[in-house]
Design a protein around this ligand. Sequence first.
Ligand SMILES: NC(=O)c1ccc[n+]([C@@H]2O[C@H](COP(=O)([O-])OP(=O)(O)OC[C@H]3O[C@@H](n4cnc5c(N)ncnc54)[C@H](OP(=O)(O)O)[C@@H]3O)[C@@H](O)[C@H]2O)c1
Length: 287
Amino acid sequence: MKRILVTGSKGQLGSELRALSLNYPDFQFIYTDIDELNLTDQNAINTFFEKEDFDFCINCAAYTAVDKAEDEPQTAMLINATTVEYLTKACSKKQIPFIHLSTDYVFDGKNYKPYSETDAVSPCSQYGKSKLAGEKAAFDFADTAIIIRTSWLYSSYGNNFVKTMLRLGRERKELSVIFDQVGTPTYAGDLAKAILDILSGSKIKTGVSLYHYSNEGVISWYDFAQAIFLESGISCHVKAIESKEFPVKATRPFYSVLNKSKIKNDFQVEVPYWLDSLKLVLKQLEN
Ligand SMILES: NC(=O)c1ccc[n+]([C@@H]2O[C@H](COP(=O)([O-])OP(=O)(O)OC[C@H]3O[C@@H](n4cnc5c(N)ncnc54)[C@H](OP(=O)(O)O)[C@@H]3O)[C@@H](O)[C@H]2O)c1
């Protein structure tokens, strides 16, 4: 039986890992969130790691409020980067492989083809900068780690674009949604399955490796909203607008499609098409 520590387990990804756990009887999960293990407290981490033994640590904890991070860059940095240093140091002491999540927002969005792991990073927001600093902490302090950058995460758990659209679409006759930011939605359940399949499969190689994972396909937020309404039978009209017509605090990349060849080649993980996963989540929400 392998023991997996899941931090930040009450978020979207953590909740999906919990929902999938029954499908992985060889794993025993230890779930923590800020109340059980506040990752900004290095002593608490060290005490926790002295008391408990794990075979893997999946770090789902993060500061994910992209616009709020513009006003709270230090808090974002503390949660998205400093805690990664604390956790990786604790993991390295006991030689525990560390699985960490990062974001497409480490890129500036000026690419014209899907970003691969070797493409230059240049975040255009405080959130992106803090997540990039988290990646660097993992590279600097982890003995063995897998960092997975993902994009446009959603789930039936937590707050996300899909749930916001469902709520607003039922309240309003028309909604304006931006069409000039292009990327790929990722169902957190698909990402959770990919992570657990990686951990169930071949031995993780020593060192720190970087991967990209999202669902398959390329769309804009406008297309995403249209699909959510179409699949849910919501008759709200979607008006396509440019990003400059919807001012927000944080700048987002215009193009943030991720190339997933490396993770597919190394681990043969499943990468469902975004619309298939969306249909599945809408069904879950209906029930
Ligand atoms: N959401 C996206 O669109 C997206 C896109 C790309 C990448 N990612 C990355 O994917 C990963 C998972 O994202 P997610 O959407 O599942 O995140 P999420 O739903 O925001 O969950 C993060 C969890 O971490 C907890 N947390 C915050 N500070 C903590 C602390 N000091 N100690 C322990 N736990 C703490 C949060 O608690 P509170 O809720 O109480 O703060 C929350 O339960 C993150 O690394 C994120 O950066 C997300």
